[in-house]
Design a protein around this ligand. Structure first.
Ligand code: G3I
Length: 369
């Protein structure tokens, strides 16, 4: 077996292949007008990496994912990430109390379905307003950070395979995201190192990641490498990087992706591909809503096939690949593209399942290799 898989997963794999034939599932694809048989994703990739998805847990008047999707769809995944439910605004109350409702729903589901959970995220500049209801000095910020991580990583200890300990702390055009409240109250980037130290102390068995977007861009990637070296994050407990894959039909190139993987692999860091989705407007926020035509379906399938060929080529360094959502209906990209948020939905088609939960050609392209 390629990687050390927790005991419960090994048993499941044995059970599902006891007849010697990997579990074959027919997935009706209305676009193909035929029942097509093929391997479910977690089976197809069991020698490569975990296949994951970000999911809704009811945190914003949404229905928990396991009440939205059929078992046929959900059984494709053996890793789950709370899209919003485990972020500070959905855990920490301004009175200093904690609410683990949504994270508990996810870890309970994952345990029952032999899947792992990626914890997203302990430290972020966004969706954290309940932590910062008043100003504070550096000592108070450090106490707040330690208390938050000890409570959250402590509550989920033993149930989280990997944490996005710090998310998006590096600047887009400068070394640091100085707009982060953590940066402001710490008067600098030391909160990043402290976060890894506190997380490692609290749950030494969880893998600890730094997660960020645009790391396929050489200048952003160089700033992340500088951060890791200057703050000596590996000695603080950093195990790997989460390469957010909010990509599109044309960008990044295969070589951009390969360069990012090689850079961090050469540092001895584990790699998780996180937040994978393909913006079908390719970042153009001005384009009117487009239809999901047969041509676009084919283009998306070819793009996903190309991207997964790179992931398989570097699977010795990649332990997990997670989509940012399960179906197109879920996607944040229905309200965001090209750096702009829309008031009204502009339908996007970034994922492997369509709005009715049917497998798209992209799904077949990822599974059949
Ligand atoms: O739908 C509810 C609405 O009913 C409610 O009244 C309102 C109250 O604020 O919230 C609405 O929910 C919104 C939610 O998306 C819908 O899913 C939240 O406002 C909005 O903040 C939330 O946005 C999330 C975004 O992070 C916030 O920055 C997206 O779901 C989530 O996909 C996105 O994920 C981030 C990753 O965590 C980090 N990497 C970038 C990625 C995309 O921004």
């Amino acid at each position: 077996m390629k990687k050390l898989i927790p005991g419960f997963l090994l048993l499941t794999l044995f059970a599902s292949c006891v007849g010697g034939v990997p579990d074959k599932k027919e997935v009706k694809n209305k676009n193909a007008n035929t029942d097509r048989e093929y391997r479910i994703l977690k089976e197809a990739y069991k020698e490569y990496f975990y296949i994951g998805a970000a999911v809704k847990l009811g945190e914003y008047d949404s229905t928990p994912f396991y009440q939205t999707y059929s078992e046929d769809v959900l059984k494709n995944f053996n890793s789950f990430t709370a899209e919003n439910g485990m972020k500070p605004e959905n855990i920490y109350r301004e009175d200093g109390s904690f609410d683990f409702t949504y994270g508990d729903r996810l870890v309970d589901y994952a345990l029952k379905h032999n899947a792992v959970v990626r914890g997203h995220t302990l430290v972020w500049h966004n969706q954290s307003k309940t932590l910062f209801s008043k100003d504070m000095d550096k000592e108070a910020a450090k106490t707040l950070l330690k208390n938050y991580i000890q409570n959250v990583a402590g509550h989920f200890k033993g149930k989280i395979y990997a944490w996005d300990v710090v998310n998006e702390a590096v600047g887009d055009g400068s070394q640091w995201r100085t707009s982060s409240p953590w940066y402001k109250y710490y008067s600098g980037p030391e909160y990043i190192r402290d976060a890894f130290i506190f997380a490692k102390e609290t749950d030494p068995d969880a893998l600890l990641f730094y997660n960020d977007y645009n790391m396929v861009n050489s200048s952003k990637r160089a700033r992340v490498v500088k951060m890791i070296k200057d703050l000596d994050l590996i000695s603080a407990g950093l195990d790997g990087v989460g390469i957010q894959a909010h990509w599109n039909l044309y960008w990044p190139s295969k070589s951009d992706i390969e360069q990012a993987i090689k850079t961090f692999a050469d540092m001895g860091l584990k790699i998780h591909i996180t937040e994978l989705d393909i913006d079908c407007y390719s970042g153009n926020s001005l384009t009117k809503e487009i239809d999901y035509t047969a041509r676009l379906e084919q283009q998306l399938a070819e793009r996903y096939a190309e991207i997964f060929s790179v992931f398989r080529k570097y699977s010795q360094y990649i332990d997990s690949v997670s989509f940012w959502g399960i179906s197109d209906k879920d996607s944040w990209l229905n309200y965001f593209s090209g750096g702009r948020t829309f008031d009204k939905e502009r339908k996007n088609y970034p994922l492997l399942f369509d709005r009715e939960g049917a497998a798209k050609e992209a799904f077949f392209a990822v599974s059949a290799f």
